[in-house]
Design a protein around this ligand. Structure first.
Ligand code: ADP
Length: 461
């Protein structure tokens, strides 16, 4: 049974079975067609012979068979007999020797004008084909003629054909089985190669590829598809590992800070004010961790598609005004001018809480990264069936080399600056997820003379 688990063997078996059946049907067809053909040739010879013999017979007041002659050499292979109108044999080519038995029913039918054919045996036990036919003279049936011809040639030819078939049939099947096995082996050997190499690629080392130099056929495409899949898996695993490493690192920073502060505080007795100072530090680090863990949780739930998006009709003006009002105190505290450009309202369909979170992230960043005295401008408009909200600041902007990556998780253009502001590089990743989950997009632009502009596009109502 284990043998049948080989596709190669199963393919060959099916192929040989099909060939065996086809060949058997073909051989039987050839045999039957040849037999039919040879028999009808023999019957035509009998017809010709009977009509020659009948043509030599005359009837002038009695059957005259004087014109009929026999070939003496062929005695047992040919046979001729003539009957008169009473059914009595008047001439027999076997002469005085033993003659085949008379089929009197056939003779009677011949005298009534019908022909009869049969296969029988000669006196010398040769297999003969007989024809009993009427003899007509001037349109009248005057007697009957019986001719016989050996059918040994027919049997001999058919026997030879059977021998040829009996030898050729197993031979052809044997050769094609071997050929089939070889061809199937050749066709399937790349699959074995793919399997062997694939077995070496483990989850720990996804950097390996099959890299098989196969033609662009079914197996080649399978191998390439497999490589592409490993590539994607490798990417996903790497991102996963990187994410875990980054998350641990981000969590360790506030914990190290807390540990440092508490350890120094515990080294000796201190005034209550000092303890308060330490607790304030610890508290701010804990805040930082709460924000980080909150962001991680949002992203994890987003990845697991566990955040439901409650779409509703919203107004861009209301959303922007709400978000701006929430960050205005911190902007004023920093001395930033925050303006909302007035304009026609644009309706959009989105989840209010999520879009508000998106706008707050962008506004927080603008306030965070723009130095005192700068400005933050927020505007909206309808564009190509979408609602477009833009947040532009007069800060330092984002260097061009960082622009393509700032939406990546934990990516920060200016690590020291971001840390100092309590950021972990997850805000924009969450923004991008929110925009894309709504079927929208987010884009960052920065000019050479500074200033960052974030543009969010969401489906319009
Ligand atoms: P973070 O918590 O560090 O702010 P974000 O994902 O919100 O993380 O932002 C990623 C990085 O993009 C930031 O570290 C910062 O370098 C850059 N960035 C974001 N917004 C601005 C902005 N308005 N001006 C300049 N740089 C920005």
């Amino acid at each position: 049974m284990t043998l049948l688990r080989s596709l190669r063997l199963r393919l060959t078996l099916w192929y040989v079975l099909l060939l065996a059946v086809t060949l058997a049907v073909f051989s039987a067809g050839v045999y039957l067609a040849l037999r039919e053909n040879l028999r009808s040739n023999l019957d035509s010879s009998l017809d010709a012979r009977a009509s020659i013999v009948a043509g030599l017979v005359t009837d002038t007041g009695g059957l005259d068979v004087g014109g009929v002659e026999f070939d003496a050499d062929v005695d047992d292979e040919e046979f001729t007999r003539i009957f008169d109108s009473s059914g009595a044999a008047v001439l027999d080519s076997s002469g005085a020797g033993p003659a085949p038995a008379v089929d009197s029913a056939a003779v009677e039918r011949a005298l009534r004008g019908e022909e009869t054919r049969r296969t029988g045996r000669s006196a010398g036990d040769e297999s003969l084909r007989f024809l009993v036919a009427p003899v007509r003279y001037e349109g009248e049936v005057v007697g009957a003629v019986e001719v016989g011809l050996t059918d040994e040639d027919v049997s001999e030819t058919l026997r030879s054909l059977l021998v040829i078939i009996a030898i050729a049939y197993p031979l052809v099947l044997g050769v094609t089985s071997a050929g089939g096995l070889f061809l199937a082996g050749r066709a399937l050997s790349p699959i074995d190669r793919v399997t062997r190499v694939a077995q070496r690629i483990s989850a720990e080392d996804l950097s390996q590829r099959l890299d098989l130099d196969l033609p662009d056929d079914e197996v080649g495409r399978l191998a390439r598809t497999f490589d592409e899949m490993i590539e994607r898996l490798d990417g996903a695993f790497k991102r996963q590992r990187q994410f875990t490493a980054d998350a641990s690192h981000e969590l360790r920073t506030p914990l190290t800070a807390i540990k440092g502060q508490t350890e120094v505080a515990l080294q000796r007795d201190r005034a209550p004010e000092d303890y308060r100072e330490v607790l304030r530090g610890v508290n701010s680090e804990v805040d930082r961790m709460i924000r980080l863990v909150g962001s991680l949780l949002t992203l994890a739930r987003a990845d697991a598609a566990r955040i439901t998006i409650n779409r509703e009709q919203l107004s861009a003006r209301t959303l922007v005004t709400d978000a701006v009002e929430q960050v205005r105190p911190s902007a004023s505290e920093k001395g930033l001018a925050m303006t909302v450009k007035p304009g026609d309202d644009v309706g959009l369909v989105a989840d209010q809480d999520l879009v508000l979170q998106l706008l707050l992230n962008l506004l927080d960043n603008a306030v965070k990264y723009t130095p005192a005295g700068g400005s933050v401008d927020v505007s909206w408009r309808a564009a190509d069936g979408q609602a477009e909200i833009a947040i532009a600041d007069s800060g330092p902007g984002i260097p061009e080399e960082h622009l393509p990556r700032i939406f990546d998780r934990f990516y920060r253009a200016d690590v020291a600056r971001s840390r100092e502001e309590g950021g972990a590089g997850l805000g924009l990743a969450i923004c991008r997820w929110i925009a894309e989950a709504h079927g929208g997009s987010i884009e960052a632009m920065s000019g050479p003379e500074g200033g960052a502009t974030f543009t969010v596009r969401l489906p319009a109502a």
